[in-house]
Design a protein around this ligand. Structure first.
Ligand code: ZN
Length: 171
């Protein structure tokens, strides 16, 4: 799904997921336009980045061993946040839950975070319960609250199929 934005500087419309752009206040602008405007002394409120988004991006980079967040993942994050109304923190918790707590192999993710919608509710519920449990009893070991590991089958991508279903969630 395209995310059409209007550049705050030149007024031209563009797809946020495809064009290099930056946040200017609560709007978007082409990077070049923003730079030009900055040179002219117009604009620019420094982009305010959500600390939860920063934490999520740092985790994603660490997870996939990259120095940047790929456009594909950025698109997924935007979609989950804007359309699914997931929080950045919840997305982060979902990834930690899936890869670290449940021990699913990172290389099977193909450099994407498409698993998030399937586990978001479960993961955030898990962290919520963990939070409650910590309040109730601070003495207990966190590991006592780990869910039983449930194996998720991951089907290998088929070259001939257009739409790859990465995770088999039929169970
Ligand atoms: Zn522009």
């Amino acid at each position: 799904m395209a995310h059409i934005m209007k550049c705050k500087v030149c007024g031209e419309s563009f797809d946020r997921d495809k064009i290099t752009c930056i946040h200017v206040g609560n709007r978007y602008a082409h990077v070049e336009c923003a730079q030009k405007a900055e040179l002219k002394g117009e604009l620019i409120e420094p982009p305010q980045k959500d600390p939860d988004l920063i934490a999520l991006e740092e985790y994603v980079m660490k997870l996939f061993n990259q120095t940047y967040v790929s456009p594909g993942i950025r698109k997924q994050i935007n979609q989950y946040h804007d359309e699914y109304k997931f929080t950045y923190k919840g997305i982060l918790q979902s990834l930690i839950y899936f890869f670290e707590l449940r021990g699913n192999p990172i290389d099977k993710a193909n450099g994407h975070i498409g698993i998030v919608p399937y586990i978001y509710k479960e993961a955030t519920t898990y962290y919520y319960n963990l939070y409650l449990a910590k309040i109730v009893n601070n003495q207990k070991n966190i590991n006592d609250y780990k869910p039983k590991i449930k194996h998720i089958e991951i089907t290998p991508p088929k070259a001939e199929t257009k739409k790859i279903k990465l995770f088999n969630l039929d169970e």
